[in-house]
Design a binder for this molecule. Sequence first.
Ligand SMILES: C[S@@+](CC[C@H](N)C(=O)[O-])C[C@H]1O[C@@H](n2cnc3c(N)ncnc32)[C@H](O)[C@@H]1O
Length: 210
Amino acid sequence: MSKLERNWQYAEQYPGETDALVRARRLSLELGIEPVSRSVGAYLSGIAALNKAEAIFEVGTGVGVSGLSLLRHLPDATLTSIEIEPEHLREARTIFAEAGIPAARLRLIEGDALHVMPRLNLGAYDLVLLDANTAQLLDYFEHALSIVRPGGCVIVPSAFAHGQVPDPAARDEATQTMRDLLALVADSPAIASMLSPAGDGVLTIVRLDG
Ligand SMILES: C[S@@+](CC[C@H](N)C(=O)[O-])C[C@H]1O[C@@H](n2cnc3c(N)ncnc32)[C@H](O)[C@@H]1O
């Protein structure tokens, strides 16, 4: 194992998870859903706390690993989360209830994010997580930038598209879409962007004021 791989493995094993997160992660894997990794979950918890997020929006609920992570240190925050698969959403409701998250703090919406996002209030969210269909990512991102408040952030886990983005030989559509997004945000003066190698890569974009 190389030094970089050892660093990565250490970071993945380091953060502690709540019992609810462990249950949600196990269920995700049983259902064939790819949840955010442990280090990315810890990153989401930390960024949401730092941002003092009150209103959080997520595309791709899965069964709730990212959602539980986002809410972990924020007892008053609300989460609006969109999921296209009814079975995932049903399981997520159970997971959130078992974790003791009151229903009033959750708005779980079944549907296609591309239909739901255009109807959301502009500038209404402190933090937006995009973790669904990579083929639609550029469209999600356009909506995300208008629903996040100035100073808020948009986070895209799986920014390496299963490790493909850094591989110049990889030319599939998902990889190209992710590269397009990375190029787009790197050049925009209205955005601060950060790319971390945690998990499968995490892209964090801050919408600057003004
Ligand atoms: C990678 S999983 C999300 C995992 C979740 N964020 C977590 O960490 O536990 C992607 C999810 O997005 C959902 N999805 C795919 N396309 C979607 C769409 N257009 N709108 C809403 N959800 C979608 C899938 O059904 C799947 O549950």
